[in-house]
Ligand binder design. Sequence first.
Ligand code: ADP
Length: 378
Amino acid sequence: MRAEHRALAARWFERLLAILPVAARDIFPSQSLLDHVPALILEISEYLRHPEDDAIASNTAILDKARELGALRHAQRASLHQLLREYQVLAGILVTFVVDELERMSVAPPAGDCVLLVGRLYQAVHVLSQATVESFVALYTKTITDQRERLEQFTRMAAHEWRQPLSVVRMGVTLLNTGNLDAAARQQTMETLQRNVALLAELTQTLESVARINGSDDNAVVQEVGASVIVDEAARQLREMAVARDVDLRIARDLPRLTVDVGRMELIFLNLLSNAIKYSDPAKPARYVQVTGLMEEGRCVLTVHDNGIGIPKEAVGQIFQRFTRAHTHRDDVPHVGGLGLGLSIVADCVEAIGGVIEVNSTEGEGTTFVLSVPTNPH
Ligand code: ADP
């Protein structure tokens, strides 16, 4: 290819770069990805300028950018088909641009040069798409492996958690069947049975929640709703538990409105509120959970504060991980059942709705969870 044609092609791409923000959204449809497209095109133009040194394939910076792109598209749950299609669209736009510019400037380079230029262009896009696809597939494979491991661990733990109350129930039924219990022993056995059946029901509900959030997004109901409606509904379901532990549920009126996956949001509050009730402090004269909210820069910020037993400093960093329980070592805390899954469900839901959650806790004083969710997910 003649030098002036190479220089011309490179200049065209720089011009394309200047006008690109209009078309870039069609190529990689997200704000963070838009940043990548100009960088990729700039490198393609450099490559066209110096085709003799395999510039793109040896340019680690741009390959890193292309890999980063794969990671971003993976995080956005794009499909491999979408990713390949996006690069195809990018190549198409670049070629169309070259043809348009040739016509606009009435330049007619020899056919050989045109073929070379287009060939180079496709080659550059191919090298970049390969790097993107490689990182995408590597992350995809890792996600599947991690999920399988988590599922195996989860099944083991769930079976383990089920076994104990189940054997208590079995023993209780055998005892009742013998028929030679006096009234007091019979009453005590019945109470033990009730407690353990309730625990099994709670475990079942948790397993159902995990299955629901790990399932497909097809059933997600995303709608505009007042956060009060969701929080009030969660509180309604937990009222009995709160009364039993004498915990006052104080929910602010008129929490902000937002457009959100209502099911996931309700699951978040069911878990946060039930924990706040479960880990309330029997030593305090008045126990409460307080939910407040405000709007902040297009986000709905909701705070769940309790004056419960708090979380030990060394455990705060781990509580969102699966099967983590922070109070198992304390004899003074009344036994409260749980799989150590509630907050991992919360973390999954928060991620799925594009939110962020933080926790602050002081042992003996109480715990505050701050959830920030975009008021409009699009
Ligand atoms: P669990 O089933 O044990 O309640 P979670 O995942 O919901 O599991 O919570 C993990 C751990 O975090 C709990 O076992 C508890 O030690 C701690 N925790 C969660 N919420 C609170 C809270 N509001 N106050 C004190 N500790 C809490």
